[in-house]
Design a protein around this ligand. Structure first.
Ligand code: ATP
Ligand code: MG
Length: 361
């Protein structure tokens, strides 16, 4: 059966990096006879310029019909402060996430052995690191009501947000985490602040309840302050981490830095149907946009995640990962990951090298 893939470049380096991932996807599609069908949509600043909205109706229709969406990055200084808040490029990303109900954000923090020497921690702490952070993406303090800035009884202004999670929201992300752990090292660490925040007392209770359905998976709990520390002193103790929106935002950035290869890391955001949205962890890098020097590997790895989670092609996903490793073994590097003795290649040369490696598998 044909599966529909929607490719969205976005802005800045999004254009260059998605073009490379597209080459790789088309190559694996042909090689493995996946029957993928490709379509194209717009999101962000250029979408606003062309359609008057950062998440145009046309993209919305296509997004709902697709089985997987591969996205680059969006935004740039040319749009900063130029549009109303609800029409900013970044709003396009929030809009598509809530429109598609993308509640589960997967961010693997995997150390590439070829790049471990460049990591900020000692190589022995990083080598072999393979963590999967699962962040709840549509609830918690980022969306809780009421919120705002008000004047209190003393006539002073105060800002406030509400951290709220319903049982069903916690249960839903809990099941996602346990099922992911079943396919990995069978350990889930749930991160909360249950000694202080009531919302996470409930979070912990529901995680315990969900765990009963997965006797093969071990559940542990950790306070977020300790987790932030443990990620730096002993990151390899973690397999799957599950946490709420705010803690997940912070910890996933921390974990990806620990690997030493933030420019290499993909992400997936999934909904109930697992029609997912895939994007690199980095932004649109306006400082190097249009120069053909960006690292396309995070986007190529995002395409691999899409094959695995949304397109039912885990072997093809594996081949892409293998091809990326071959290219790194050969010593090919984009500027951002350069090191002594390696060959610096452009964005498009890197994409072509991955395709070439793929064709040898
Ligand atoms: P956002 O808010 O969209 O996440 P950001 O402000 O965090 O964006 P990025 O766009 O991720 O910033 O860029 C941060 C730095 O990393 C910039 O110097 C940029 O050039 C560099 N960078 C980001 N992605 C890449 C990439 N794929 N290849 C090379 N360099 C990159
Ligand atoms: Mg950023």
């Amino acid at each position: 059966m044909t599966k529909k893939v929607l490719l969205i470049e976005g802005d800045g380096i999004g254009i260059e990096i998605v073009a490379q991932a597209e080459k790789v996807l088309k190559a694996v599609n042909e090689k493995d006879n996946l029957g993928l069908e490709f379509d194209y949509g717009m999101l962000g600043g250029r979408a606003y310029d062309q359609h008057g909205h950062p998440y145009p109706e046309e993209t919305k229709v296509k997004a709902h019909q697709s089985d997987g969406i591969l996205f680059g990055a969006l935004g740039g200084p040319q749009w900063d402060g130029k549009t109303e808040r609800h029409l900013r490029p970044e709003q396009g990303l929030l809009d598509i996430r809530s429109d598609l109900g993308l509640f589960a954000n997967f961010r693997p923090a995997t150390a590439f052995p070829q790049l471990v020497d460049a990591a900020p921690l000692k190589p022995e702490l990083v080598s072999g690191l393979d963590i999967l952070i699962i962040r709840e993406l549509t609830g918690g303090i980022y969306f809780g009501q009421p919120r705002g800035i008000r004047t209190n009884d003393q006539g002073e202004r105060e800002g406030f947000n509400t951290d709220v999670y319903s049982e069903s929201e916690i249960r839903r992300i809990g099941h996602v985490a346990f099922q992911a752990a079943q396919k990995r090292d069978k350990r889930v660490c749930s991160i909360d602040k249950a000694n202080v925040l009531d919302v996470t007392v409930l979070w912990r209770e529901i995680m315990e309840e969900v765990a009963k359905d997965y006797p093969d998976v071990e559940l542990s709990h950790m306070y977020v302050d300790n987790a932030a520390m443990q990620l730096v002193i002993n990151p390899k103790q973690f397999d799957v981490i599950v946490t709420g929106n705010l803690f997940g935002d912070i910890l996933s950035d921390e974990a990806s830095m620990v690997t030493g290869s933030i420019g290499m890391l993909p992400s997936a955001s999934l909904n109930e149907k697992s029609a997912g949205f895939y994007e690199p962890c980095h932004g649109s890098a306006p400082d190097i946009a249009g120069q053909n020097v960006a690292n396309p590997l995070a986007t190529i790895m995002s395409a691999a995640m899409m094959l695995q989670y949304s397109l039912n092609a885990p072997e093809s996903a594996q081949k892409i990962t293998q091809a990326v490793n071959i290219v790194l073994d050969k010593g090919l590097r984009t500027r951002d990951i350069q090191s002594e003795g390696c060959t610096i290649v452009s964005c498009s040369e890197m994409g072509e090298a991955v395709v070439e490696a793929l064709n040898t598998l």
